[in-house]
Design a protein around this ligand. Structure first.
Ligand SMILES: [Zn+2]
Ligand SMILES: [Zn+2]
Length: 550
């Protein structure tokens, strides 16, 4: 039996999002998380970004299971796309699995008995792998770190975590168990969350946010309060409900994902809502503004979300006035700044008071800052270290911390998407690199690679199509030119006659000199029109020539 363990990173290293890694032992595979990334502003028309699953699909008969650390989209959001082609079991906490279930079943994939709920601290054999699920604190309930016990020692993956010493649900991170593993077996390799590796100190406890929210609710006793937060942030929602009860408010939950997430939390008993607190949004009008708290989705300014529609006055149940307070109990995910600013401006137009995390402590991060990362490194005392879950700068900062904590420099490996590492005899090294391109999902089209270059050109330079009918050695009728996105009003009349002249000349030349090869005619039209447009406008729109031979 070979003792080697291979780990392949399909995403999450060099970017925040699409976390997915593959552990391999004697040809068997264990997949760790399967997430999406949200698109950047330079990805026009893209809804989601996925890992490239080719590596997994080529070995799909050898998969022992998928282990899920927690229910955030960047860890479970790509499951519907992978499970279309892969038939295997999923292991995670009840909240994680139920959160993932909705999207998977919506995609028409039946799960039967594929979801395997694991309990805090549970250790179980998953095919060739001996996996232990260790509780950690994070901004979603029931998150795990994962320890894989192997003949080469223990591999500990932190999942997303912070060290919250006073968690809202009192479910603490089990640092004791991590210390015990370190002492008894030794941790050969630690892979840990780098999101906040450049932030000094310790991340605030979630319970501190609850106190601030309560004070805000009390200080705005006569006003209706509308709070936007992540639907999966059950601890935040719990604290909003507590603050509502204390300040004599009923709570209306709005937004599909908010309702779904709270209903899962109720079902598995991890949220405590007194019997008479929840009301339907339709009956909110029966109460005084100071008796209402609305908890909604939309903290990222998503186009069709409740808060966005409220801000633009398009929600049928609530009309905002200057007697409303909107609290954005979240941070803005990079890339969403513009949409959130737009929502804030729309709220300002309605004289709505807004409190966000810049104004008051209404949000705490779910990720460990440097103090906590150093604490984990000290307790786990790993022989080897790979920083994960972060952009390059976060990975580098985390690697620096590991060196300070005493991990030998030669045992700290900074990886990128596509890197394969081999763990053997207490050392880890990069042995190979496989392609790990972004796979884009456009709602209606589905998955696609390599389309963004064209979309960026279309967005920045526009397009021109030219249709020419040819018979023998002559052009038939008038060439048809259509342009979009690069000629301003009034410019078309000046440009089109010149373009027609160039096309006629180019096609006539091609017909006489190059014979009537449509591919050649198209190439010449494209070259000559591109030249003319560039001389005329200094732009390079996409030129699409079409030739019809009659
Ligand atoms: Zn994450
Ligand atoms: Zn997370």
């Amino acid at each position: 039996m070979n003792k080697e363990i291979k780990i392949t990173f399909l995403g999450g290293l060099g970017e925040i999002g699409r976390n997915c890694a593959v552990l391999e032992k004697n040809g068997r595979l264990l997949i760790l998380d399967c997430g999406i990334m949200f698109p950047n502003p330079d990805m026009p028309g893209v809804d989601l970004v996925l890992p490239d699953f080719s590596y997994i699909l080529e070995r799909k008969d050898n998969i022992d299971g998928i282990v899920l650390t927690h229910g955030h989209e960047d860890h479970v959001g790509a499951l519907p796309y992978l499970l279309k082609n892969v038939d295997t079991r999923l292991f995670g906490s009840a909240f994680t699995l139920e959160t993932a279930r909705g999207r998977i079943e919506e995609a028409g994939i039946s799960l039967h008995d594929k979801l395997v709920v694991v309990k805090d601290g549970e250790r179980r054999i998953i095919g060739a792998f001996d996996v232990e699920f260790i509780p950690v604190t994070h901004s979603v309930p029931c998150a795990f770190a994962v320890a894989v016990h192997t003949d080469s020692g223990v591999i500990l993956h932190s999942g997303d975590f912070k060290i919250d010493l006073s968690p809202v649900d009192n479910r603490k991170i089990d640092l004791g168990r991590i210390g015990q593993i370190a002492k008894e077996e030794g941790i050969t390799l630690l892979l840990a969350d780098s999101t906040n590796a450049d932030k000094p100190g310790f991340t605030d406890s979630e319970s501190g946010v609850g106190k601030v929210l309560e004070a805000i609710f009390m200080a705005h006793a006569d006003m209706r309060v509308i709070v936007a937060c992540f639907a999966s942030h059950i601890h935040r929602i719990q604290q909003l409900i507590n603050a509502s009860v204390k300040s004599g408010r009923k709570v209306a939950l709005v937004g599909r994902s908010m309702l779904r997430s709270v209903s899962i939390a109720k079902e598995i008993g991890i949220i405590d809502i007194p019997g008479n607190v929840l009301i339907d949004i339709e009956s909110a009008g029966n109460y005084q503004p100071g008796e209402i708290c609305v908890i909604s989705t939309g903290s990222q300014g998503e186009p069709m979300s409740v808060l966005t529609l409220l801000a633009s006055g398009e929600n049928k149940n609530i009309t905002l006035t200057d007697n409303d307070l909107v609290v954005l109990s979240s941070h803005v995910i990079p890339g969403n700044e513009w949409s959130v600013a737009e929502v804030m401006n729309n709220l300002a137009r309605k004289n709505v008071e807004v409190i966000d995390s810049e104004v008051a402590h209404v949000h705490a991060s779910g990720h460990a800052s440097r103090g906590e990362l150093a604490t984990l490194l000290n307790i786990a005392a790993p022989r080897c270290f790979i920083p994960v879950h972060g952009e390059r700068k976060h990975l580098l900062a985390h690697a620096g911390l590991a060196a300070e904590a005493g991990v030998k420099q030669e045992n700290i490996v900074i990886c990128e998407d596509g890197d394969q590492v081999l763990l053997e005899d207490d050392s880890v090294k990069i042995v190979n690199k496989i392609p790990a391109p972004y796979v884009y999902v456009d709602g209606t089209i589905g998955e696609m690679k390599d389309v963004l270059r064209d979309r960026r050109f279309l967005a920045s330079d526009g397009v021109v199509t030219i249709a020419v009918a040819v018979s023998g050695e002559k052009i038939v009728g008038e060439p048809c030119i259509t342009s979009r996105g690069w000629l301003g009003a009034g410019e078309e009349e000046i440009f089109l006659p010149q373009a027609l002249g160039v096309i006629r000349e180019a096609v006539t030349y091609a017909l006489v000199a190059q014979s009537a090869d449509p591919v050649e005619i198209k190439r010449i039209i494209k070259r000559e029109i591109s030249k003319l447009i560039y001389e005329y406008t200094k732009r390079r729109p996409i030129v699409i020539p079409m030739v019809v031979m009659e």
